[in-house]
Design a protein around this ligand. Structure first.
Ligand code: FAD
Length: 322
């Protein structure tokens, strides 16, 4: 029997939807082992997040209200204390930037082994077996973790958002734990870019541009009209992000974001394995490239050979007419 503690991610005073992937994972482990799961909502708006999470079947929701923005060093001691206070076998979060930043620090405090970025989970003879990508997603490995508490981050693209199951969870407020590392850091301010577009990892359609766009200006004048016509999120290859055509947080791939939208456009992107690692789980892939031998052809459902500077404005115009 394994109990799971899910660390919720908060955004603008409420629960971020990505949390529900970790809840889905926790339900699977709880069901497979005959255990239960609890949720910890930590940060500004924890009480509100707890009420949003109330109908998902958690035995209990802990709240830790922390003023100011997220700082991993400030949050990790509280998460670790809550994890130690219960009889948890697994502490988990979704493998967003937040989960990837916070959970390693929690694992260090718990002296726990980690399974990061897992794609699925199974319970085999009481043992929890994780399936996770290796070698830039070219193979999947199966692993078990042998420490008494295991720390796990789960791929949002592989674990669907849990559905509400009714009922309402008990809530309990917990005190904020501090340690040396926490007392040495302070939240000063957050500067974030506000965008009308959907969030890259949550969008149903993603349009990504590559080095072939040649400039930031071309991303604006050539790609953005297609992005906005489709109501899509914009992404980019690392070559485009490194060249400064778009901010780095739009990078898709092994060292960027992992996306799995219903529809993914790769525009002027060659399809290096490191890029594929971040998007090949997309349901339908459309590639536009002037080289018919480009490796992206191997994963594309639709491959249009042509010059993007001609194809993209034409395509945008046709979609607008439709
Ligand atoms: P290129 O490889 O230069 O491809 C440009 C493509 O555009 C070509 O296929 C070309 O035929 C086509 N093209 C040119 N002109 C036109 C035109 N007018 N119309 C249509 N098509 C045209 N990359 C990522 O994307 N994400 C990552 O997370 C990532 N992580 C990495 C991690 C490591 C450790 C390493 C070593 C590399 C990583 N990379 C990553 C880089 C990756 O290896 C590639 O270099 C990068 O993806 C190439 O970007 P690109 O496809 O935009 O550019």
């Amino acid at each position: 029997m394994t109990d799971v503690l899910v660390v919720a991610e908060l955004l603008e005073g409420g629960m971020r939807r990505s949390t529900l992937s970790a809840v889905n994972f926790a339900k699977q482990v709880a069901e497979g082992t005959g255990g239960s799961f609890d949720i910890l909502a930590i940060g500004e708006g924890a009480d509100n997040a707890a009420s949003q999470l109330s109908g998902y079947g958690a035995r209990k929701i802990f709240t830790a209200e922390i003023e100011g923005g997220y700082v991993a060093e400030k949050y990790a001691p509280t998460v670790a204390e809550v994890a130690k206070s219960g009889d948890y076998g697994v502490v988990s979060a979704t493998a967003t930037t937040y989960g990837k930043d916070l959970l390693p620090r929690v694992a260090a405090r718990l002296e726990a082994g980690v399974a990061s970025d897992i794609a699925s989970v199974a319970v085999d003879g009481g043992k929890i077996v994780y399936r996770r990508p290796m070698y830039a997603g070219n193979v999947f490995g199966y692993c078990t973790v042998e420490t008494p508490i295991q720390v796990v981050t789960v791929r949002q693209t592989e674990f669907e958002a849990a559905a509400e199951s009714g009922g309402s969870s008990d809530t309990e407020s917990v005190s904020i734990a501090e340690d040396d590392a926490a007392s040495r850091v302070e939240f000063v301010s957050l500067e974030s870019q506000k965008s009308e577009r959907p969030e890259l990892t949550e969008a149903e359609i993603v349009v990504s541009g590559g080095r072939a766009l040649k400039s930031a200006e071309n991303f604006k004048t050539v790609l953005e009209p297609l992005v906005d016509t489709l109501g899509a999120a914009m992404g980019a290859s690392r070559a485009a992000a490194d060249a400064g055509y778009v901010p780095n947080d739009l990078q898709v791939g092994q060292t960027g974001k992992v996306v799995a939208p219903k529809l993914y456009f790769a525009v002027g992107i060659s399809g290096a394995i490191q890029h594929l690692a971040g998007m090949k789980g997309s349901k339908v892939i459309v590639a536009i490239n002037k080289d018919k031998e480009a490796p992206i052809a191997q994963v594309a459902d639709y491959f249009l050979v042509g010059d993007l500077f001609q194809v993209i404005p034409e395509l945008t115009g046709e979609i607008k007419k439709a």
